[in-house]
Design a protein around this ligand. Structure first.
Ligand code: NIG
Ligand code: FE
Length: 426
């Protein structure tokens, strides 16, 4: 593992904090001008001004990086993705552009069911190799932690296959992977909603606990998929089994998913395109993160979630990509930031908070990642520009010049140029 001294940082954006930031606090980025960060064995040991001295043991083991003219931020956290999947759905995208709806395609046996068939048919190795390439791309955009969901198997064998792929990748890839069981993504044709929920609870989830394959459970709480009542029953039981819980909530139709998430103290309620003012207020008063996925609204040609209203109401908002083969085939962090600022009226400061410390909180990890604070994991990014304000301004473009992760490199698994691009100043 490499040790780093990063100094003369024009703008050190620490996002300092160990818990989610709500409402106005989302604008506070904890900026240090002419900053310095010291990382020893993957852990942040010093955060301050370049003028301060911080003697290190064995200085010859440190790479010294001059970040003059550059901004440094915490690594981005993509807290909602479905990046392990088989097959693609480019036909469905074209149909949607001609007026077909996401739900009607699913009701005809396409949509999620289409990807379920392809994922069941894919070998473990094929899924793993595709997922690894996707992770490599995420890393170039500054993602140092990604959440990945199962949910394209529905049967026990394929759900476990997806989760095992993520566990194996996590052991080797510099991007940290946090796994979520999303068996409750759709009801398989041979089950009723109730019998499938019972099957997940009794047959699949105990095995996931035993193999330690997922920290979180998620459910697609949506009209025509899982009802609010069944979601309530499922999530309560999941909590009892020791899972942290998340919801796909109020995405297509309002089913009071936001209210349910707040009531159950879920880690996050995600999508929220159709959340009501009452739902937003319920989230604002809870510790549940409102995770917004603007690339999905964009791809589905739906109205964006009310991000501005949520922050003004006091919610803690996170941003994520929702990378998946159907509703949003994009893992673009630059596009996520641009859409959040341009269409949801988030400020650049709020967008940064939403992709760092609040995204960490959406995974229950705000105490270890999501900010540049002493003691946290040494995940950070160096931009090719002197200010975080370039992130939305350089619309849809990647400003990340270099990524440093606290996880270290395992042999030659990741191409060195992706992990640690040499500064173009040198
Ligand atoms: O978050 N809405 C449910 N799940 C995903 C889409 C999955 C898919 O279409 O394959 C989402 O949008
Ligand atoms: Fe999703």
């Amino acid at each position: 593992m490499k040790n780093y001294i990063i100094q003369n940082i024009s703008q050190l954006v620490t996002c300092s904090g160990f818990a989610a930031k709500h409402g106005k606090a989302m604008s506070d980025l904890g900026i240090i001008e002419n900053g310095k960060v010291v990382i020893t064995e993957g852990v942040i040991r010093f955060v301050g001004s370049s003028a301060e001295s911080f003697p290190v043991e064995n200085p010859e083991t440190y790479e010294v990086i001059d970040a003059q003219g550059k901004a440094v931020l915490p690594g981005f956290i993509d807290s909602h993705t479905h990046f392990v999947f088989g097959g693609y759905r480019e036909e469905e995208f074209a149909w949607r552009m001609h007026g077909d709806s996401y739900m009607s395609i699913m009701q005809r046996g396409g949509g999620i069911y289409n990807t379920v068939n392809a994922t069941r048919a894919a070998s473990h190795e094929a899924l793993k190799s595709a997922a690894k390439s996707r992770l490599d791309k995420m890393l170039t955009m500054g993602v140092t932690t990604v959440e990945g969901k199962s949910g394209y198997g529905l049967d026990k064998e394929t759900e476990l296959k997806q989760l095992r792929v993520m566990k194996e990748l996590n052991a080797k890839h510099p991007v940290d992977i946090v796994s979520t069981y999303l068996g409750a993504h759709a009801v398989p044709k041979e089950f009723s909603e109730r019998t499938y929920t019972d099957f997940m609870l009794s047959e699949v989830m105990p095995q996931i606990r035993e193999e330690n394959l997922a920290e979180n459970c998620d459910i697609f709480c949506e009209k025509g998929v899982f009802s609010t009542e069944e979601s309530h029953r499922f999530l309560l039981k999941a909590k009892e089994m020791g899972f942290q819980i998340k919801l796909h909530a109020d995405e297509i139709v309002n089913t009071q998913g936001a209210e349910l998430a707040a009531e159950l103290n879920a880690l996050s309620a995600d999508h929220l395109l159709q959340a009501s003012t009452q739902g937003i207020d319920a989230l604002a008063q809870s510790s549940t993160i409102a995770t917004l996925l603007p690339c999905t609204a964009f791809s589905l040609k739906e109205d964006f979630a009310k991000g501005r209203q949520m922050i003004d109401a006091g919610c803690a908002v996170a941003l994520a990509t929702d990378y998946n083969p159907g509703s949003c085939f994009s893992s673009s962090i630059p596009l996520t930031i641009a859409l959040a600022c341009i269409y949801m009226q988030l400020s650049p400061e709020e967008a940064v908070t939403a992709l760092t410390i609040n995204a960490a909180a959406a995974l229950g990890k705000a105490n270890v990642i999501g900010s540049i604070d002493t003691g946290k994991k040494g995940d950070l990014i160096i931009l090719e520009y002197p200010s975080y304000k370039f992130l939305p301004y350089h619309v849809g473009m990647n400003c990340v010049e270099r990524v440093i992760t606290g996880k270290g490199v395992s042999g030659f698994y990741i191409p060195h140029k992706l992990l640690d691009k040499p500064s173009r100043q040198k």
